[in-house]
Design a protein around this ligand. Structure first.
Ligand code: GYE
Length: 322
């Protein structure tokens, strides 16, 4: 009787739009309730990642509570607290920056809810605050970008090249590791980074950064290394307006590999794109379900990735899906 009354009240509240009960209602039949805090919607990578997680949750019968933090760490912390209050089975999130998570993740641990990091990682002294990190090997992405450039430099017959770097969000994992992998690989090879500036992974900021760099270095710039497609696509018109042909007068290197940028690579206005796949939904669902079943899971899971460049025949490349 009390259960029936509770169900009636729950449905009445839902009908009135008074509770975020969509996920909980499905959760009655779903194998698992997963709370996921997405960091924002700044890029085609991010939008593709959100869509993939939503699609795969449906496919795996997982009830998903998705929250968009709109690029703010405090919003992510609040979302995680809400997931704890709802007593979800598993919490997953893409941390916008690496630091500042210990308190909220300790709360999750005290509530007995396991945490999975998706895409980016965190800095913590406490190894047990999360159980697994699913995302790209960003250091390797920086290495692949540099390896392409070393090959290109040899083909261009140049002893030295000047690079400008447009990085992602300050203190985020991809920004730090892509930079490190790139710098370690170009060390001692006659390549010089004139300046690194952060474009926050945004198209508009990519344009602003490029305008600034062109104003300061102009003709000196041989190479633009941009940490994501969004900023690259923002930078290209700036380069053209300044009178240079991207892909010819300047070597353009990007990361992500979304459809829009791949099409530009095929046109010859981008030279190389290192893939960073947002398709992490299946691995996330499988890991969350394995956790619920008490199975062992891997601490780090990296999807396989490759580089696309003007050395490749891309005519048969399947649609990218993001
Ligand atoms: O490269 C960028 C996105 O964290 C790997 O974030 C991700 C990065 C991706 O906004 O486009």
């Amino acid at each position: 009787m009390r259960t029936r009354l509770a169900i009636v009240i729950l449905f009445a509240l839902c009908a009135l739009g008074l509770c975020g009960c969509e996920a909980r209602q499905q959760g009655a039949e779903a194998s698992l309730v997963l709370g996921f805090s997405q960091l924002g919607s700044e890029s085609s990578f991010r939008i593709g990642n959100t869509r993939d997680i939503e699609d795969k949750a449906k496919q795996y019968g997982v009830s998903l509570m998705m929250d968009d933090a709109n690029q703010k760490q405090e919003n992510q912390i609040q979302a995680i607290r809400r997931f704890i209050a709802y007593r979800v089975d598993v919490i997953a999130f893409s941390p916008i920056v690496e630091e500042g998570w210990d308190n909220v993740l300790t709360e999750a641990r005290q509530a007995g809810i396991p945490v999975i990091l998706v895409d980016r990682t965190i800095q913590t002294e406490d190894h047990d605050l999360y159980v697994s990190q699913i995302g790209a090997d960003f250091y390797q992405e920086g290495v692949m970008a540099a390896e392409y450039l070393l090959k290109k430099k040899a083909d261009m017959g140049q002893d030295t090249l000047n690079i400008v770097e447009i990085t992602g969000t300050e203190n985020s994992t991809p920004m730090k590791r892509r930079h490190e992998g790139f710098m370690d690989t170009i060390a001692g090879q006659g390549l010089r980074v004139l300046e690194s500036v952060s474009g926050d992974f945004l198209r508009s900021r990519g344009a602003e950064c490029m305008r600034y760099l062109l104003g300061k270095y102009g003709d000196e710039i041989d190479v633009v290394f941009s940490h994501n497609d969004e900023m690259t696509v923002g930078a290209l018109p700036e380069i053209e307006q300044a009178g240079y042909r991207p892909g010819q007068d300047m070597v353009i290197i990007s990361i992500d590999g979304g459809q829009e940028a791949i099409d530009i690579l095929k046109e010859g206005r981008i030279n190389c794109i290192v893939e960073c796949t947002p398709m992490l939904g299946s691995i996330l669902m499988e890991t969350a379900l394995a956790l619920k079943d008490g199975k062992a899971i891997d601490r780090e899971i990296h999807p396989a990735e490759r580089a696309f460049s003007d050395y490749d025949d891309l005519s048969n490349l399947p649609p990218r899906g993001y």
